[in-house]
Design a binder for this molecule. Structure first.
Ligand SMILES: Nc1nc2c(ncn2[C@@H]2O[C@H](COP(=O)(O)OP(=O)(O)OP(=O)(O)O)[C@@H](O)[C@H]2O)c(=O)[nH]1
Ligand SMILES: [Mg+2]
Ligand SMILES: [Zn+2]
Length: 369
């Protein structure tokens, strides 16, 4: 474990990210005196909505071409007399920054000052657990906590398996059956439920907080709600897993648009186009983000990739070689745990895949996944 840089080790302070662009404007005392603090609560390209400390939300424009903000940024605003648009003139240093690598290999910041990334998965659209794993890894690389939320537990409900999902709330008793809601395909059978149960257990064993719920039916929410109270959370995951539905359930006044019934079989459609931040009624903040077809974290060194797999990192200290990558090395405690089933083979495969992607060795299809 000692070879892992301190900033990556679980539970340590996250690195502070320097913000280069845009600080010059507020340097002189005059402009500093006319600025006030705000929070970026919505950002889409150059379009930005900020919230001032009194809770008011207003549009703001970015001062200069170099300045780029993301949801969650703390900024300084300048409102010139006679102009109705406030200008963002400076970004406060970010406590944390969560990013992705886009399809052209560029690092794209997604949200700032988070403490937690909550990754959603659901029986439909078909879950890609490699994406989920890469989100969890990306959170760890950024010094953030993470959690897994399995949504749409109602789709898996079965006469014998009522533990998964409570009864729908009364006002939603008329909700169409899953088979009506997804006319393109039947709801998952019991076999899928069993598989999912195994996968849920794997994430728990790996050390992640795991929640099972139905955002649409409002079941299984209490535990998650409590968990989120002290956090600034990004809801992430494939398009259509129910991020916005979950947000609306936890923050009803957000009333954000979710995918309509008629669109629900179109997996490629993204209903949410911009990240937006909301306050939970009893504390904590929640950022809804657009769904993805893929996610890759910002690059880290090979030796640090294991930081994204707590079950691997935990055993790495027992490997014979200090610089063991857990691939073929003799005396590897991680391989031993994979062989004995203590580490899930799929999770280990996922670690190797990200290692390959980061090394640039992966075949093209893998990079595009
Ligand atoms: N059966 C069931 N359907 C759900 C549940 N949660 C959400 N849905 C449905 O799943 C579809 C997608 O929900 P959204 O909340 O728009 O998904 P999203 O993750 O925000 O999608 P993007 O914004 O495209 O990333 C909608 O038709 C929701 O009604 C749930 O718990 N159970
Ligand atoms: Mg959405
Ligand atoms: Zn090893």
């Amino acid at each position: 474990m000692s070879r892992v840089p301190k900033s990556f080790a679980a539970g340590t302070e996250s690195p502070r990210h320097a913000v280069q662009a845009g600080s010059a404007a507020a340097d002189d005392a005059e402009s500093a005196a006319s600025t006030f603090a705000a929070r970026v609560v919505e950002s889409f390209g150059r379009r930005t909505i900020v919230e001032t400390p009194d809770g008011r939300r207003q549009a703001a424009i970015l001062f200069g071409k170099k300045l780029a903000v993301v949801c969650g940024d703390r900024v300084l605003l300048r409102q010139d007399p006679g102009s109705d648009a406030a200008q963002i003139v400076q970004i406060e240093p970010r406590a944390t920054l969560f990013s992705r690598t886009d399809s052209r290999g560029r690092i794209e910041p997604l949200a700032a000052n988070l403490t937690l990334v909550a990754v959603l998965a659901a029986p439909l659209p078909a879950p890609d657990f490699y994406i989920l794993d890469r989100y969890l890894a990306g959170a760890a690389f950024a010094g953030l906590r993470s959690a897994v939320i399995f949504n749409k537990s109602d789709l898996l409900a079965d006469a014998n398996e009522t533990a998964m999902s409570g009864a729908p709330r009364e006002e939603q008793a008329s909700t169409p059956k899953a088979s009506d809601r997804y006319p393109g395909g039947p709801p998952p059978e019991k076999a899928a439920y069993k598989d999912l149960r195994t996968i849920v257990e794997q994430y728990r064993q790996a050390g992640y907080p795991v929640f099972m719920l139905s955002a649409q039916h409002g079941t299984g929410m209490e535990e998650l709600h409590e968990f989120l109270l002290p956090q600034v959370t990004l809801l992430a995951g494939q398009s259509g897993v129910g991020k916005t539905t979950l947000l609306n359930c936890l923050v009803p006044e957000a009333a954000r648009k979710t995918r309509s019934l008629s669109d629900s079989t179109e997996e490629g459609r993204h209903t949410t186009v911009a990240a937006a931040l909301f306050h939970l009624p009893s504390g904590g903040e929640l950022i809804d983000s657009p769904g993805v077809r893929d996610y890759a974290p910002a690059p880290v060194e090979d030796a640090n990739i294991q930081v994204g797999w707590p079950e691997i990192l935990q055993r790495a200290a027992a490997c014979r070689f200090n610089n063991c990558m857990h691939l073929r090395e003799p005396g590897c405690a991680v391989l031993a745990a994979v062989n004995s089933g203590d580490i899930a083979a799929r999770r280990y495969e996922s670690y190797k895949r990200l290692l390959n992607v980061m090394r640039g060795l992966a075949p093209d299809y893998e990079r595009r996944r």
